[in-house]
Design a protein around this ligand. Structure first.
Ligand code: FAD
Length: 474
């Protein structure tokens, strides 16, 4: 459809922030248009969370197969057809992205494919792929244009030798040697995935540790796990230049470590140094919307400095995570529909889907100490859980933090199998204002990994059952 249209709300960007917002607006009876320039589902469903988790799952299956002999299973890994794996992954993406359109329409919203540009706080132009311009008037605009990978000097993405995360998730031939620039969560997920599939992976990180911002315990644990998987990590290393290989010879990546250059052979180099918000070309500055370092700040109602314009998801700033964006989308929709809603989440869980998984929520121990908070900590190893032993997954721990005086749960870090699922219990505890004692007194089914949370909660009081407790004065 082209020409002119009017809607009570227009959401720009159909990622997990924007499409959730559009569904919620529809549910609340607001006449809504969802606009996207490229694809429904955004980065998350097309080239982010979902495809990466599919490939990571496949790589875990490979790892299980490699260790099946420990359980007396005589299985042989005959080979990996990465092209077929990609077809399987694309099938999952297609199902999910198709579902987004149906859900939005099912809730009463409409979808328009095209690139949006604001022309005033209540009007915008949407240019379709064929150049047709649709002029839209509205009462409310929700900005949800997300983010894209950052390039570094000398490493422009050609998606053949120098890959963004998007290119890394689309490989159809397993590279022999992969250099990953960036030891953050995306770099480590991709690196650990390809290492499990059989690629020789080297991670190059500019800082003096991988996973900047994570606790020293997590960093130590993950560094050991990566080493076990054969992933080489070079810290304090600056990637300077690259040259692609030719005639079947590998390319090279030059990195500077302690003032000296090193040349690393590579079939591909993946640059995963962070993501940049998509705020350019939207006409924001022209109509007076505040833009700070590319991000569009919003208040707890997700409203920008211009009352008719809201911002959600990666574009609104940290934490740049799909589930945080979805929550912001729901809040914006409710505010637009006239409800008294605000983003008052006490915590946002974060997961790194490496082998093993890392999941955190709330405060880290070192942060609590930096803030001068009086805390109690309970830690429980996976190795002491019957379930972890019986699933051959004893690498890991649960660490729970509680306020020393009130016993309120303040945070947790969980490293190990299914940490991504386990963390939800602690997030709920924080949201509900539960104490460590509440978690300790809750009966957890046996034998399960969540027993680790119950035991860590007991350990907060020096009362873990299946592990020795540090000596306490009676
Ligand atoms: P996006 O998903 O970026 O979507 C924005 C949409 O806006 C896009 O579809 C784009 O086409 C559209 N758009 C942009 N400009 C315009 C315009 N002018 N007009 C119309 N449309 C426009 N997060 C997690 O929580 N868990 C994970 O496991 C996870 N894994 C990830 C793995 C990878 C490899 C990557 C790259 C990211 C991962 N993320 C993960 C991050 C997650 O993908 C993002 O936080 C999330 O997609 C942000 O959602 P969003 O809705 O803000 O924007």
């Amino acid at each position: 459809m082209s020409g002119e249209r009017h809607h009570d709300a227009v959401v720009i960007g159909a990622g997990p922030a924007g499409y959730v917002c559009a569904i919620r607006l529809g549910q609340l009876g607001v006449d809504t248009l969802l606009v996207d320039a490229e694809h429904l589902g955004g980065v998350c469903l097309n080239v982010g969370c979902i495809p990466s988790k599919a490939l990571i799952h496949a790589s875990k299956e490979v790892a299980h197969l490699r260790h099946a002999g420990d359980m007396g299973i005589d299985a042989e890994l005959k080979g990996i057809d990465l092209g077929k794996m990609q077809e399987w992954k694309s099938g999952i993406v297609k199902k999910l992205t198709g579902g987004v359109g149906s859900l939005v329409k099912g809730a009463g919203g409409q979808v328009l494919m095209g690139r949006a540009k604001l022309t005033s706080p209540t009007t915008l132009d949407v240019t379709g792929e064929d150049g047709t311009v649709t002029k839209v008037t509205t009462k409310n605009i929700v900005l949800a244009t997300g983010s894209r990978p950052i390039e570094i000097p000398g490493f422009s993405f050609d998606e053949e030798f120098v890959l963004s995360s998007t290119g890394a998730l689309a490989l159809t031939k397993l590279p022999e040697k992969m250099i990953v620039i960036g030891g953050g969560y995306i770099g480590l997920e991709l690196g650990s995935c390809y290492a499990q599939l059989g690629t020789e992976v080297t991670v190059v990180e500019m800082m003096d540790q991988i996973l900047p911002g994570f606790s020293p315990d997590v960093v130590k644990f993950m560094s050991r796990a990566l080493k076990k998987q054969g992933v080489k990590v070079i810290l304090n290393a600056k990637a300077k230049s690259q040259s692609a290989g030719s005639d079947g010879k590998p390319g090279t990546v030059t990195v500077e470590v302690d003032g000296a250059d090193q040349e690393l052979p590579a079939d591909v180099v993946v640059v995963a140094v962070g993501r940049r918000p998509n705020s350019e070309g939207l006409g924001l500055e022209e109509i007076g919307v505040n833009v700070e370092r590319g991000f569009v700040p919003a208040d707890s109602a997700q409203r920008t400095n211009v009352p008719s314009i809201f911002c959600i998801g990666d574009l609104a700033g940290q934490p740049m995570l799909a589930h945080a964006g979805s929550k912001e989308g729901e809040v914006a929709a409710e505010v637009i529909a006239g409800r008294a809603s605000e983003n008052d989440a006490r915590c946002v869980p974060a997961v790194v889907f490496t082998h093993p998984e890392i999941a955190t929520v709330g405060l880290f121990e070192h942060e609590a100490k930096e803030q001068g908070r009086d805390i109690k900590v309970g830690k429980f190893p996976y190795a002491a859980l019957g379930r972890a032993l019986s699933t051959n997954a004893t690498d890991g721990y649960v660490k729970l933090l509680a306020d020393a005086e009130t016993d309120l749960v303040l945070g947790a870090e969980i490293v190990g199998d299914d940490a991504s699922a386990l963390i939800a219990e602690v997030a709920l505890a924080i949201e509900m204002g539960a104490t460590a004692e509440d978690l300790a007194l809750t009966i957890h089914a046996h034998p399960t990994l969540p027993e680790g949370i119950m035991e860590a909660a007991k350990a907060v009081h020096g009362e873990a059952i299946h592990a020795a407790n540090p000596k306490r004065r009676r």
